[in-house]
Ligand binder design. Sequence first.
Ligand code: ZN
Length: 320
Amino acid sequence: MSEDSYKILGFDVGGTKISAVIGNSQGRIIRKLEKPTSKNLGQERLAEQLRDMGWKAMQSAGIKSVESIGIIFAGLIDQASRTVINSPNIPGMRRFPVGKILEEEFGVRSVLENDATGATIAERLFGSGRFVDNFVYITLSTGIGGGFFSGGKLVRGAHGLAGEFGHMVIMANGPICGCGRRGCLEAIAGGKGIARRATESLKGIRESEILSSVPINRIDAKVIFDAMEKGDMFSRLIVEETVYYLAVGIVNIASILDPELVIIGGGLTNSGQKFIDLIKRGVREEFKNMKRPMKIVKAIPHVSDLASISLPIFFSKQDF
Ligand SMILES: [Zn+2]
């Protein structure tokens, strides 16, 4: 990038935490503030908290103004009006004009996207997506989501819902998903799905030395991954089953989009490189006769911090 670096104020509003960051146009995070998301905040108080965090982040970075604002919001958003349509994890966010509120406060333009699209854009600007025009980003966390570039362009779809990989059915009549359908990838291989599959097997839990000592309502994906690292066979089985379904999902995606690269991010990948290596092997096997040179890599570190500041940088280069 040859242009001079400029400062951006980024917000990331998720179901568990809210962050405000100051970053520059080169993709460097200068300051970050973080707070837990209070579930009963409501629009007024959330707006107040964002304004407050924004000013504090600027103050601690020693700046009085920014060039633009990027906002990541976990939920369905309308990009044109910078409005949250609603958020499944944060109640009371119906038609929340977060973009306009922050524009008024800070006097600069804002861009709003959901978390998965934001991370996809961050990978395009600063991650492995820089080098390829056809790539898919998949986030594996409590839920599963993503986004993709095709022919060098971000694909949003007619309603901005393209890349909802988590709601691809991989097991007809499988377990019920939050979306109302059955057998979605998210319901099986998302964080909650992993925990549910493990805790449904009482025999498996009883025979696992590690999991049998954890209260059943405390068994989550992290506990299972950690137990696998310590050599727990039942946990390894659950993870391998997860990898199988992810591989089926990824090969389905590849059959439709034919990407050169698949980038995997999200909380579940924090367990280390082993999980990614298992996914790579699973996908290689699942390709069968459709084998192709498609790479799978882990997302850049701090992709979610970079996501918010990436938005104004990316869209200032496009006509929108
Ligand atoms: Zn679903």
